[in-house]
Design a binder for this molecule. Structure first.
Ligand code: F6P
Length: 344
């Protein structure tokens, strides 16, 4: 059995641990040959890959990023055609591959699903710091991002309090506000603004003023995809990402002067950015990623293709792609309502 591993989309802490888990089980226990494509589909198209074996993955678990690289280079030019799928199958045959392990988020697992429907053997490993992939309770990378964002809140809190300022922290979260919700809860933020739940500027300012009236300084966490009530689009930076989507960012910089103007409270913004995606994964993410890799290798051995190694409770389960793609796992109303009652 010869398996190709590739990563697609933004990196996520734990990707190295996932590859290590898959290789330790796949190569050492099941006797597979495994190769890793460099920079995702780019390496697949260009014939750039490395053999994966035990020495190659030594000591990888605590390392952030991903040693074989990842990219948003697509597997084909959309829309997918039968010819593009034939070309991909032919390439797999050239590499001598019996199947693929695809490590990625929603976009990547959508590709996995298309490939599986076209008869290509694929197993998915779910990752994204945004935690917005359906079919799994958590994705590796999320816990690390939340820990980093929580620490940032703790740090902003002390300087904000000293100057009696309102601090606005922007975290990642394109379509789902999981990082903002969990980091805000962990850090005791006075409001979390999420992409799923637009709020008015009046409401945000009322929360900030209320905090001041209680003798405290407000700390607001805002997800990059948050929209003020009545706004059609999230705040974007120049340019498009590798998937052709507008690059998000800047909502904290947009909100801070508006809050200051309306409330008279000096307000500062911080954009946490890629710090959330970098560095060593938490122990939770290392364990989740390693278990995903092991489960993916076991699925290959069992011929259980067409599935993703998702976390359900404390078990890693093989979830059909059809249950994971085509929908995002957003923050449910009840989770927002649970915290919103205490905003301000
Ligand atoms: O999809 C994960 C994510 O972290 C999003 O929250 C964010 O919009 C995006 O990646 C940014 O990624 P990049 O800067 O690599 O394009």
């Amino acid at each position: 059995m010869r398996i190709g591993v590739l990563c697609s989309g933004g990196d996520s802490p734990g990707m190295n641990a996932a590859i290590r888990g898959a290789v330790l089980r796949g190569v050492d226990v099941h006797g597979f040959e495994m190769i890793g494509f460099i920079d995702g589909w780019r390496g697949f198209h260009d014939g750039e890959f490395i053999e994966l074996d035990r020495p190659t993955v030594r000591g990888l678990s605590p390392l952030g990023g991903v040693f074989i690289g990842t990219s948003r280079v697509p597997p084909w030019q959309a829309p997918v055609t039968p010819e593009a799928l034939d070309a991909l199958r032919a390439k797999m045959a050239d590499y001598g591959l019996d199947g693929l392990m695809l490590i990625g988020g929603n976009g990547t697992q959508t590709v996995s699903s298309i490939l599986w429907d076209a008869g290509v053997n694929v197993v998915g490993l779910p990752k994204t710091i945004d935690n917005d992939l359906a079919g799994t309770d958590y994705t590796f990378g999320f816990d690390t991002a939340v820990s980093i964002a929580s620490e940032a809140i703790d740090r902003l809190r002390t300087t904000g309090d000293s100057h009696r300022r309102c601090m606005v922290l922007e975290v990642m979260g394109r379509d789902a506000g999981w990082i903002a919700l969990h980091a805000g809860m962990a850090g005791g933020a006075q409001a979390m603004l999420l992409p799923e739940f637009p709020e008015s500027l009046d409401q945000v300012c009322a929360w900030v003023a209320n905090v001041r009236d209680r003798g405290r300084s407000a700390l607001i966490v805002v997800a990059e995809g948050f929209k003020l009530e009545g706004s059609e689009d999230a705040v974007t930076r120049e340019g498009l990402d590798g998937f052709g989507r507008p690059r998000l960012g800047g909502v904290a910089d947009m909100l801070a002067p508006l809050i200051e103007e309306r409330t008279g409270i000096e307000t500062r913004s911080t954009v946490l950015g890629h710090v959330q995606r970098g560095g060593s994964p938490t122990a939770f993410d290392r364990v989740l990623a390693t278990r995903s890799g092991i489960a993916a290798a076991d699925a290959v051995l069992a011929g259980d293709w067409g599935k993703m190694a998702g976390l359900r409770g404390d078990r890693i389960e093989l979830v059909p792609f059809s249950e994971a793609v085509g929908k995002l796992k957003t923050v449910p109303d009840a989770r927002y309502a649970e915290v919103r009652l205490n905003f301000g």
